[in-house]
Write a protein that binds this ligand. Structure first.
Ligand code: C6P
Length: 399
């Protein structure tokens, strides 16, 4: 089992804290915080603009992260676009690729497992272009299956936008087979990997994904930063959706010429400290190794699920999920009412629809409680969490 709480200042400074909200945002190890500190204390200047040594250094540190990210997912560095988060990355594809390539009658496939940021942008495209939005029917457990995907795939399908791991159900979508099928009808696939990248090794070439989006802050990195991977040919053929400083080669009175991808998508001063520090998060994860991360998580999830199952009045919605997400409710109590009991006991978890209202509606509940275990959690954390669940189950039974 991993034993790394000491690497996370928030856990060191709050020894009573049981942090089970890593799906919303993970905690950051000291190496990441130190790198942010180093940027502001030692060179703290803009990138790609200054013609002086400090600016060259900042630019070098910034571009090194692009290389580290590319290697991490087996892409080329020119295929990595830095964005404000997974949401911005997903919106960029819909607003640029979607608006330019979707026409009347085309079909776009999504699912009820999607986070709002991977469904709302396609609703906008479908409305604007008179295209048809289709939903993969979920299995009785709430999973996307290859067979169900085949039911909605047609020769009119142009775009498939699916989550790799749902932020509520935690199931892993069989995305590799789905991508093959989508490509067989000429559709492109956008993979929302925001909840996948923190937990599993991703190889965009092996997957043959056209686009893949994720956020730094869910995988030990800084906030305000995301990544859009795109096949270079697709990125090169796309127009930027924001215009301004540093994304152009020259600007004339009535026309301008953009830089090549990825730079044409990164206008304005980027989140420099965040990008620079992000590589430390990736190095930290890689040093732990995904084998160790899996093994650790497996023990925690098994223990958590088996203990929850024993408590009367607890309903778990995703019993077979393995990625560390557990969605549950206690009796018929509203998750927001229950969550205050967890807060009183220093247990951080999320309650509500988790910005994925379609799946809570599919589950026919107003929301769920959601506990997410990650690399720094321990069996003791799970036991303390279970104690609070027991207390809440007793309290709300009498309510
Ligand atoms: N989910 C959660 O608590 P941003 O907020 O842009 O970094 O990521 C958006 C996003 C996209 N896809 C999935 C699958 C996600 O889980 C998220 C973010 C957080 O579940 C905050 S709503």
């Amino acid at each position: 089992m991993l034993n790394i709480k000491k690497d996370f200042p928030v856990l060191v400074n709050n020894p009573d804290l049981i942090y089970l909200d890593s799906c919303a945002s993970s905690l950051k190890p000291k190496v990441v915080i130190d790198k942010i500190d180093e940027y502001y204390n030692k060179y703290g200047v803009n990138v790609n603009r200054g013609v002086y040594a400090l600016s060259y250094h900042a630019t070098e540190e910034y571009e090194q992260t692009r290389e580290v990210v590319a290697k991490f997912i087996n892409a080329k560095s020119k295929e990595i676009v830095f964005t404000r988060g997974a949401s911005s990355a997903l919106n960029l594809v819909a607003s640029s690729y979607g608006m330019a390539n979707i026409t009347e009658g085309d079909e776009i496939i999504v699912s009820e497992l999607e986070h709002h940021s991977n469904v709302m942008p396609w609703q906008m495209v479908a409305k604007a272009k008179k295209a048809v939005l289709k939903y993969v029917p979920l299995s009785s457990e709430g999973k996307i299956t290859v067979d169900a995907f085949k039911q909605v795939l047609t020769n009119k399908t142009k775009v498939v936008a699916l989550t790799y791991v749902s932020n509520v159900m935690g199931y892993i979508t069989p995305i590799e087979e789905i991508i093959k099928l989508a490509h067989s009808v000429g559709a492109i696939v956008i993979v929302d990997a925001a909840q996948a990248v923190p937990h599993m090794k991703i190889d965009v070439k092996a997957l043959d994904a056209d686009f893949l989006a994720f956020s730094a802050h869910k995988m030990l990195g800084p906030t305000g930063l995301g990544v859009l991977y795109g096949k270079y040919k697709l990125l090169q053929n796309m127009d930027p959706i924001e215009f301004g400083g540093d994304m152009n080669d020259f600007v004339d009175l009535y026309d301008s010429h953009f830089k090549d991808a990825p730079h044409k998508f990164e206008t304005g001063t980027p989140p420099i400290a965040e990008v620079i520090a992000f590589k430390e998060a990736i190095k930290y994860l890689e040093d732990l190794t995904f084998d160790e991360i899996h093994a650790h998580q497996e023990v925690l999830v098994k223990h958590l699920m088996s203990e929850l199952e024993k408590i009367k009045g607890v309903k778990v919605y995703n019993k077979t999920a393995t990625t560390g997400v557990v969605a549950f409710n206690i009796h018929d109590a509203h998750p927001h009412d229950v969550s205050t009991m967890f807060d009183e006991e220093h247990v951080c978890l999320r309650a509500g629809h988790h910005c994925a209202q379609l799946i809570t509606r599919w589950l026919e509940v107003p929301g769920t409680l959601r506990a997410c275990v990650y690399i720094y959690n321990t069996l003791e954390d799970v036991d303390k969490f279970i104690e609070v669940v027991k207390k809440a189950a007793e309290y709300f039974e009498e309510w």
